[in-house]
Design a binder for this molecule. Structure first.
Ligand code: PRX
Length: 648
């Protein structure tokens, strides 16, 4: 273990940073004036009359009365300002030498064409459009085209199964799906269209599927529904007048896992979201649009991609890198090669990636020139001090500060993070709430804890990019986030304050797991397991894992009919169950291990004691079992009948 270290902010960064230390006092003095100033960085068609309407809390309205077009702010205004030739994306495909640079002027033409094509397909403001795509430029174009015509998009991560896609299309009642034949992954084309065909077969209201050709794979075709992107978008006019939408017009719905089986549709609206993402992108990454090359190494299918590959960076006129594939294709130095080639100055990624690179060894990045990097970011899960220090030293050459940024799909924007040139870095701590954000660590009763103590992370003030509700479920929105502590937003994370009052995130306190920075619900995976005909009951826990942060560990009770006389639960059955979860949710949810057990540990009231299962999964002595209905059960579980191991 490293002792607790503290890195002072580099002086040369401080001298030129976008924000200065007095920003905290400024925001504290008048929070709404602070956000109003941030909003003035954007182009509004009509100015707001009121910064925040919180009268109907927890339902917020930001920049009330303002009208704005998100796509215009992300694209047109940079072209109008004379920056049309500036590169918006250095896009890097997974196959080597498959690259494309897209300027702001080109992006504008593409977005206008796609907006016209969508209109041609009958999409109107307010209609939902599902996007199920690989990491290709058309994905960004599709999102911006939707935003331009006021059609909220719902991007579904390409790694999700057809079942997951179907559920999301149905939940938000999307009428059009944008997809591609596939994308490149681990050196080979991976298909996407078949999953769309399967999903859409059960979504009678989907009238069109727009298909980008990326890999040239054969696809099934339904003439009454399917349209090639090139035919519809490629032939459309590059002229399109953006319409200004109400600041609170829905921009997108992003589904995320909650504590129940049903994913939650997080709703983000236009004005506040764009203010929150663009301001934090500019301040936390000290973004200098003239000189920086910014790279968020995440998938657009997650909120990190929405806020920091698309909306934040584009609103700031940034040149970004966007990479299609995996870090080890065709070799384990791919990321570092991309940084060297494109002279990346800011890298933003997840601790899981960093831990993987650490395992592969420093020799690999050492072969590349990473001297252009000046700032590093981390997101998605707690970063362990070893990974932080390795990142800072080996990738950042000891000169780049690390911004450990805490936020969520729900918050839309960065919330807790150091500020470059201002805040010191402590490996493992996200430090403090950003200016304009109120965060506290509270005890069970909702009282703020003292430095040196732990509790629950809550947010005390509304913020511009906050979720507005859960799609179609205001009640669940209130129950999930605003009912645990009166008047406070409950994030679902445990946290502690150190002696200096800095915040350390400790992971989820609910039934949500974090595997490789991906958010998964224990109950969702349990439901997937019990939907298999051979499974009677299932319990899932997230156990600590040195590589992925947490790993999915499942315990299942088989139906009596599952095994014939004398037959054992063998590896083939375990694989069958793992594949079943993959089919139901997606490969990311596949349990790392499945233990077949005769019983599950339950309290007398029938509640599964996941804590004990976590002890088993983490190979600890099992804790207090006195509340179990049958205390011999843990012994039986430990002599489990079969274990499934991770083979991929
Ligand atoms: O538990 C926290 C963890 O990720 C959760 C949010 O997941 P999601 O909505 O998928 O968004 C991930 C990308 C923003 C949080 O509740 N988390 C996120 N960032 C951090 C983190 N945990 C510790 N430190 C972080 N920097």
């Amino acid at each position: 273990m490293h002792e607790m270290r503290r890195f002072e902010p580099p002086a040369e960064l401080a001298a030129h940073a976008n924000v200065t230390a007095d920003v905290y006092a400024e925001a504290d003095a008048d929070r709404l004036a602070f956000w109003e100033k941030a909003a003035e960085r954007l182009s509004w068609d009509t100015k707001w009359d009121r910064v925040l309407d919180w009268d109907n809390a927890p339902f917020a309205q930001w920049f009330v009365g303002g009208k704005i077009n998100a796509a215009y702010n992300c694209v047109d205004r940079h072209v109008e300002a004379g920056n049309g030739d500036k590169v918006a994306y250095h896009w890097v495909g997974e196959p080597e030498n498959d690259t494309r640079d897209i300027t702001y002027a080109e992006l504008k033409d593409l977005v206008c064409q796609a907006a016209n094509a969508l209109t041609g397909l009958g999409v109107k403001a307010g209609d939902r459009v599902a996007i199920y795509m690989p990491m290709i430029p058309e994905t960004v174009v599709a999102m911006l085209a939707c935003a331009r015509i006021g059609a909220p998009h719902t991007v579904v991560f390409g790694g999700f199964s057809s079942t997951a896609l179907r559920d999301r299309i149905q939940d938000c009642d999307a009428r059009v799906v944008i997809t591609s034949d596939g994308g490149y992954r681990r050196g080979a084309p991976a298909a996407l269209k078949p999953a769309v065909d399967e999903a859409v077969a059960q979504c009678p209201d989907v009238r069109s599927v727009l298909v980008v050709q990326r890999t040239g794979q054969d696809v099934e075709w339904d003439d009454s529904r399917d349209v090639w992107w090139d035919d519809a978008v490629g032939t459309a006019s590059t002229e399109h007048t953006p319409e200004a939408f109400d600041s609170e017009h829905p921009l997108y719905v992003m589904y995320t896992s909650g504590t129940t089986g049903k994913p939650k549709g997080i709703l983000h609206t236009t004005g506040g979201y764009l203010v929150g993402t663009s301001y934090t992108h500019w301040s936390v990454f000290d973004l200098k649009p003239e000189t920086d090359i910014f790279w968020t190494a995440a998938d657009i299918g997650w909120v990190t991609g929405h806020s920091y590959i698309v909306y934040g960076p584009l609103a700031n006129g940034t040149t970004s890198v966007m990479y299609e594939g995996t870090p080890d294709t065709p070799h384990k130095g791919r990321w570092w090669e991309i940084i060297q080639q494109h002279k990346v100055t800011i890298l933003y990624c997840a601790p899981t990636a960093i831990r993987t690179f650490m395992k592969w060894g420093s020799d690999i990045p050492d072969e590349f020139d990473l001297s252009t990097l000046r700032l590093l970011g981390s997101v998605g899960e707690p970063i362990n001090p070893e990974a932080y220090i390795w990142y800072r030293e080996t990738i950042g050459g000891g000169r780049c500060p690390v911004m450990d940024t805490w936020w969520q799909t729900e918050t839309g924007q960065l919330m807790i993070s150091p500020l470059p040139g201002i805040t010191a870095g402590k490996p493992g701590s996200a430090m403090k709430a950003l200016p304009g954000i109120g965060a506290l660590v509270v005890d069970d009763e909702g009282n703020a804890v003292q430095p040196g103590s732990g509790g629950y992370l809550v947010l005390t003030e509304p913020w511009p990019a906050m979720l507005r509700t859960l799609w179609g479920d205001d009640e669940r929105y209130q129950d999930t986030y605003w009912s645990r502590f009166q008047g406070l937003y409950f994030a679902g994370d445990g946290a502690k304050l150190d002696e200096d009052g800095d915040i350390w995130l400790l992971g989820r306190v609910d039934d949500v797991m974090n595997v490789s920075g991906h958010r998964l619900s224990t109950t969702e995976i349990e439901s997937a397991l019990v939907s298999h005909p051979k499974v009677a009951e299932a319990a899932v826990v997230g156990a600590n894992d040195p590589d992925t942060g947490q790993a999915v560990n499942a315990f299942v009770i088989l139906r009596e009919s599952a095994l014939k006389d004398g037959e054992k639960a063998d590896d083939a059955l375990i694989q069958e169950l793992r594949n079943h979860v993959s089919k139901e949710i997606g490969p990311i949810a596949k349990p790392k291990s499945i233990l077949v057990v005769p019983e599950l540990p339950k309290t007398r009231s029938g509640k599964i004691m996941r804590r004990l299962l976590r002890d088993v999964a983490e190979k600890r002595d099992v804790g207090d079992v006195t509340t179990l209905a049958d205390s011999t059960i843990m012994d039986q579980i430990k002599q489990g009948l079969a274990t499934g191991k991770d083979d991929d």
